[in-house]
Write a protein that binds this ligand. Structure first.
Ligand SMILES: [Ca+2]
Length: 487
């Protein structure tokens, strides 16, 4: 039987240094808390020209290999590919998790999954984020940004403290509950603290949720053009839909421009969803240009986790990577990541720098000249975003998944090494990503020294959460599903 490492004696020295930093950060936060507010907030509020607008568009379950600029041959994504040509494309960007809710929590709060408020899609809660949690939107709002979002929020249902409008957003339109987001022709959408009703839409299929979300995105950007704004476009494409909507489980109003392809219907729909998302990105980019904001807008495009295991195989949505969503192999966590900021980010740059979702809060805060909450796992990657090397790269990256499922898996990236342990009772698999990107050859026997370090990191990086008790198998349903069983 394998011992699970615990206690400081097994912790590498750099982790001990990190905990000293954490203590220092906590002391700093405590000191700041007793000072008058004026002395700690940024001296001058942001103005339209002093800081850029920030647009963060995130697809849902879009794989590392689903975009033309990442090697996709069959699905057309001309607008996103153009962003990559005009900006930077990262080859080693990582999502916060291998599934939706914790990945979004990591993105929003700057924590990796060992400390994340939200660790998994289950158990179902209503108030995922808590009042004391500080989101990207909170941070940017405090610096004078107007913050708006559309799409799938996942971090707090209607009326809860975790809902978007309680977490820094001045506007949010879409799905607060992620089970609701399985419906592309919904009966209603969350509209700030109310609802935009579309009774009968599940039958008439008059309104495709993405079209409405993009309309709202354009309105928000237009309304915000005279001040710095943060727009978060959490699109749900190409996530599968509820089978009641569409037999292929990829609901889309039309399978154009793939209707005449010699493909199965699921493939046509999947590709059409992604191309439709690309067109939505194109509409946003065009509006930015029309408003004269191109030069002063940082635009990021990414995905919340790897491709769905049930995505049509013909597209090789994971590209060269092993595994998919719900795995901790690279195909589960490595995602497309593109950023454009003309004049600041070099055009056509391809970067191998390692960045992760938990770096986004401090990165965007630095870009906006905003204050960062004290104790987070993320580090600003602004230097990498601007095309350079990271001055302070992470010692390691950490993910876990399956706290209340039959198997709790953990993964660590340490330099070129990747350790994956699928169940705490099992041995750690070890891969060298530099030589073996597809994670085919387990090097654990050859490199027990590296396995030992990764084992210690797995023990130290994970902190228990009473909301995600390991090994207590959860079989409940979300409140939204219970209340909307008629769908
Ligand atoms: Ca997802």
């Amino acid at each position: 039987m394998q011992q699970v490492a615990s206690g400081a004696e097994n912790v590498p020295s750099h982790l001990l240094r990190l905990s000293v930093h954490r203590i220092a950060a906590l002391i700093l936060v405590t000191i700041l808390a007793v000072l008058p507010m004026e002395s700690v907030t940024a001296g001058t509020k942001a103005t339209r020209d002093s800081v850029p607008n920030i647009i963060l568009i995130m697809a849902d379950d879009l794989g590392y290999g689903d975009l033309g600029c990442y090697g996709q041959k069959d699905i057309q994504t001309p607008n996103i590919d153009r962003l990559a040509r005009d900006g930077i494309r990262f080859t080693q960007a990582y999502a916060g998790s291998t599934v939706c809710a914790p990945s979004r929590s990591s993105l929003m709060t700057g924590m990796h999954n060992g400390h994340n408020r939200v660790r998994d899609n289950i158990p179902h809660y209503e108030d995922y984020l808590q009042e004391e949690d500080v989101t990207v939107a909170d941070v940017l709002k405090s610096a004078g940004y107007r913050c708006g979002g559309i799409g799938k929020w996942s971090l707090g249902t209607a009326g809860s403290t975790g809902r978007a409008t309680e977490q820094g957003f001045d506007m949010f339109f879409g799905y607060l509950d992620q089970d609701h987001a399985h419906y592309y022709f919904p009966e209603y959408m969350d509209d700030n603290d109310g609802r935009f009703e579309m009774r009968g839409n599940s039958q008439t299929k008059e309104h495709y949720s993405h079209d409405l979300m993009t309309d709202r995105a354009l309105r928000f950007i237009r309304d915000s053009k005279d001040r710095p704004f943060f727009f978060y476009g959490a699109y749900t494409v190409p996530h599968f839909s509820h089978p009641s909507e569409c037999p292929t489980k990829f609901a889309v109003p039309t399978d154009e421009p793939y209707s005449d392809r010699d493909w199965d219907q699921a493939s046509k729909n999947y590709a059409a969803m992604i191309t439709r998302l690309d067109a939505d990105v194109g509409r946003i980019v065009a509006l930015i240009a029309e408003l004269g904001l191109t030069e002063n807008t940082l635009l990021i495009f990414t995905s919340d986790n790897g491709a769905f295991g049930g995505a049509p195989k013909r597209f090789k949505s994971g590209g060269p990577l092993r595994g998919h969503k719900r795995d901790l192999y690279e195909g589960g966590t490595r995602v497309p990541f593109i950023a454009r900021w003309p004049g600041k980010i070099p055009a056509g740059k391809v970067s191998d720098e390692i960045i992760a979702f938990w770096d986004m809060l401090p990165t965007l805060a630095e870009v906006a000249g905003a204050d960062v909450p004290g104790s987070i796992d993320g580090r600003s990657a602004t230097d990498a975003l601007l095309g350079g090397k990271r001055a302070f790269p992470h010692e390691y990256l950490y993910w876990d998944y399956g706290h209340c499922r039959p198997r709790f898996a953990q993964a660590v990236r340490l330099g070129d090494w990747k350790g994956v342990r699928k169940g705490r009772e099992n041995a750690i698999e070890l891969y060298n990503l530099k030589d073996d990107l597809a994670e085919t050859t387990d090097m654990a026997t050859a490199r027990p020294d590296v396995v030992g370090k990764i084992k210690a990191i797995m023990a130290a990086a994970y902190v228990e959460s009473e909301r995600y008790p390991l090994g207590q198998i959860y079989r409940g349903q979300s409140k939204w599903v219970k209340e909307n069983a008629h769908h």
